[in-house]
Design a protein around this ligand. Structure first.
Ligand SMILES: *Cc1c(COP(=O)(O)O)cnc(C)c1O
Length: 512
């Protein structure tokens, strides 16, 4: 097959921008190897596998040396954008650098080699680590109890809704099935409410982007199960009236759920438990630096008040009093909750490896380090906001917390360049796009969150690229409306690509 440029593009309307080598999946040469197993000097190995299930001829595996394997995977990883490659200012999603220390800790053989069916007596170290994480998250959020089980933020929302529902039902309060949600909310919020069997009800934001208290007073009533609030909200604005909001909702008999995706703005500064919330989820893969994206494992633990603790799914990790059993550091047991098995939302303890990475990060930073992370995240966002204001309109521009929302509607009117075009063109400059078209209440929205892990230099280069794009939009808008040009794949039909993803390799080698 030739390596000439091909017009055969990926499905979903994309085109190939780059000529990828034919050999991308056809590597190796017989006899090469990267690993040599020690000779076996025991008895011949026999297998219980029935003869007709055994392989008759050796598998056709590529034969490669270690350097070739490394280069292959590095080349593949470079076809995509990732945090080790460049800035990823994805608003609301807190794409911060994932420290390698986290990987080392989660990879320790005393943790990584455990089997989930091992009894508590075998996994004392793991249980101690998970309990320490539960306690740390309670401390960070100001709550009494924690469940590490949810596998994502949305999964935590779902569990939080089940907990609130169970609380009302346990009191015989059967009619509370409505959850109020501000119109700036993330789409997972109403979805979680529906999946948990309740009804979302939208409440409008005020002109300044925050919850309208009068509207809230009118909306609460005997059917109010609770309210779900992101704080700071998705415009990056702190809900100043949160204590009054809590009073209104509690007065009406409801409970308050905080979507904690934006905790990177609050760590060490303010705690949802102190604001009057009853439940919060944390996205460990956002705020607490564990890897993120690609639908890969994340974790969305929830923390709750004393009142709601008994509704958390088991098994609970319980520390047996250390003085009673006379051992240093105490012993941990797993308490199964009779009759509560059906409330389980994940096998075993959730995504343990992710939890251990987050614990490594928390222990490495310490309380002061987490506070400093928040301070720097807010500083970085305000720096970008101040520098970008001259050429990009910013909604609610009175300053921000850890992220801000700009609008591309000025560029659209003046140059015919949309936010989508800006996002695609940024990829050509080696930067991931911000979150676009969210929150829904801002036209041509561009939600920018640099995080604390970007240096001053990388923030400056982002600003320089945005300035360059502004000039491009004036002089040569087509360059932007047809971007990206240097990524391996050109512009896709986004709806098709999301709904009918075609993940098979069907590239220039035409082998798909
Ligand atoms: C990311 C996010 C969620 C969902 O969290 P996942 O971990 O992706 O399921 C919910 N709300 C907000 C505001 C978010 O940014």
């Amino acid at each position: 097959m030739s390596g000439a440029e091909t017009t055969v593009g990926p499905k979903n309307g994309g085109r190939w921008n780059a000529t990828l080598p034919d050999s991308i999946f056809a590597k190796g040469s017989s006899g090469r190897r990267g690993l040599t197993f020690p000779a076996w000097d025991g008895d011949p190995v026999t297998s219980d596998l029935p003869a007709d299930c055994r392989r008759g001829i050796p598998a056709d595996m590529p034969s490669l040396g270690e350097p070739e394997v490394m280069r292959h995977f590095t080349a593949l990883s470079n076809l995509n954008h990732h945090i080790e490659r460049g800035m990823y200012p994805l608003g609301s999603c807190t794409m911060k650098y994932n420290p390698r220390l986290n990987e080392q800790v989660a990879g320790l053989s005393g943790l990584a080699d455990l089997h989930p069916e091992q009894g508590p007596e075998d996994i004392q170290g793991l249980l101690a680590a998970l309990k320490l994480l539960e306690n740390s998250l309670c401390e960070l959020t100001g709550f009494a109890a924690c469940s590490l089980i949810p596998a994502a933020g949305a999964h935590g929302e779902y569990l939080g809704m089940l907990v609130i529902r169970a609380f009302h039902l346990a009191r015989g309060d059967r009619d509370r099935d409505e959850i109020l949600i501000p119109d700036s909310a993330h789409g997972t919020n109403p979805a979680s409410v529906v999946i948990a069997g309740m009804k979302p009800r939208t409440i409008a934001s005020r002109g300044d982007g925050r919850i309208d208290l009068d509207g809230l007073r009118e909306a609460v009533g005997p059917s109010t199960a609770g309210i779900m609030i992101t704080n700071p909200n998705t415009l990056g604005l702190f809900e100043m009236d949160i204590q009054e909001i809590a009073a209104i909702v509690h007065e009406a008999g409801g409970r308050l759920y905080m979507d904690g995706a934006n905790m990177n703005a609050l760590m060490g500064k303010a705690r949802p438990g102190d604001m009057g919330f009853d439940v919060v989820h944390l996205n460990l893969h956002k705020t607490l630096s564990t890897p993120h994206g690609g639908g890969g494992p994340g974790a969305g633990p929830i923390c709750v008040t004393e009142e709601l603790a008994r509704f958390l799914p088991g098994p609970w990790i319980v520390k047996v009093d250390s003085e009673q059993d006379g051992k240093n550091g105490g012993t941990y047991t797993l308490e199964k909750i009779p009759g509560r098995g059906s409330n389980s939302i994940h096998s075993y303890f959730g995504n343990v490896g992710v939890c251990l990475r987050a614990l490594a990060y928390i222990m490495r930073c310490g309380g002061n380090g987490l506070t400093r992370a928040t301070e720097c995240a807010v500083l970085n966002a305000n720096y970008l906001l101040a520098r970008m204001k001259d050429f990009l309109e910013v909604d609610h521009s009175a300053g921000c917390l850890h992220e801000f929302v700009a609008t591309g509607s000025g560029w659209k009117e003046k140059y015919g360049v949309r936010t989508l075009d800006i996002a695609k063109r940024l990829l050509d400059y080696g930067l991931h796009a911000p979150t676009i078209y969210f929150p829904l209440i801002v036209e041509e929205a561009m939600m920018i969150e640099p995080t604390e892990t970007e240096s001053r230099e990388s923030l400056d280069s982002f600003v320089a690229v945005m300035e360059a794009l502004h000039e491009e939009a004036k002089a040569n808008p087509e360059l932007m409306t047809s971007a990206p040009h240097v990524t391996p794949v050109g512009r896709m039909d986004e709806a098709q690509a999301a709904r009918n993803p075609d993940l098979r390799w069907a590239g220039p080698c035409n082998c798909g």
